[in-house]
Design a protein around this ligand. Structure first.
Ligand code: KIV
Length: 276
């Protein structure tokens, strides 16, 4: 499992095996995710919500993303690590987009970046790829544009909207994106895009027809319950386990059971006498 995966490995997986991607934002969880053989680890801007407690993803900064991405790359030996470009790190200009994308590789040790949007951000995507930085696209429900989309809603439900998604996906692949996240779109549309798109599609709320699937780590393990979207499968409820452990600690401290002798240090009795 320790062999490092590469971007060409991800591209070449299309049609051969299903890909897996999970988010991670820190060293200990990245160690676990990587140990499990997950193909790609996304340091998502979902960090803003599930780790920093913001109401949406907009507030997270480049410096915070770099800080967390570095913690993740310190742990990872196998997965491709992708840094998620935060709101306003690439929208304003092509030059800013390239410089900020470069920081994920240069300062944080990521192998690639992800950014949201189709035709409107094509100049940025092309320039980043021209700088030698692999890019993962992200279409459908793009949370950074939630205000413009009228909220966190399923996208591509009309023929026109679905056609626009397909055109965007083909344009991103043509520009050189190595894979494309499809978020919250009808499963049959994701299937059509996956069929026609030469690079892997990674679905989240886009059905089983995609080339791979991604989930937010905190959703998968039950560490974030402010809201749970329909497309999330909670495989465990780790917060209940953590709560149980904390309450046991509290009870044992209050009752004098912890720490026991086995958790304490002793000293030479003669030395002890001198200070008594
Ligand atoms: O920020 C994130 O976690 C994401 C995934 C949901 C794809 O963009």
């Amino acid at each position: 499992m320790n062999k490092p995966l590469t971007i060409p490995d991800i591209i070449n997986s299309k049609g051969k095996r299903k890909l897996t991607m999970l988010t991670s934002y820190d060293y200990p969880t990245a160690l676990i995710v990587d140990r499990c053989g997950i193909d790609m680890i996304l340091v998502g801007d979902s960090l803003a919500m599930v780790v920093l407690g913001h109401k949406d993803t907009l507030a997270v900064t480049m410096d915070q993303m770099i800080h967390h991405t570095k913690a993740v790359t310190n742990a990872v030996k196998h997965a491709v690590v992708i840094g998620d470009m935060p709101f306003m790190s690439y929208q304003a200009s092509v030059e800013q987009a390239v410089l900020n994308a470069g920081r994920f590789l240069k300062e944080a040790g990521a192998q690639a970046v992800k950014l949201e949007g189709g035709a409107t951000v094509l100049p940025q995507i092309k320039a980043i790829i021209n700088a030698g930085i692999p890019v993962q696209g992200h279409l459908g429900l793009t949370p950074q544009s939630a205000a413009q989309l009228g909220g966190f809603k399923v996208q591509g439900k009309t023929a026109d909207a679905a056609k626009k998604l397909l055109d965007d996906a083909l344009a991103l692949a043509d520009a050189g994106c190595f894979s494309i996240v499809l978020e919250a779109i009808p499963a049959p549309i994701a299937e059509v895009i996956t069929e026609k798109c030469p690079v892997p599609t990674i679905g989240i709320g886009a059905g089983a027809g995609c080339d791979g699937q991604v989930l937010v780590f905190h959703d998968l393990v039950g560490l974030f319950d402010r809201f749970v979207p329909k497309f999330v499968k909670q495989y465990t409820n780790i917060s209940k386990e953590i709560e149980k452990a904390i309450l046991e600690f509290k009870n044992e401290v209050e009752s004098g059971k912890f720490p026991g002798k086995e958790h304490s240090f002793t000293m030479n009795q003669e030395e002890l006498k001198k200070i008594k």
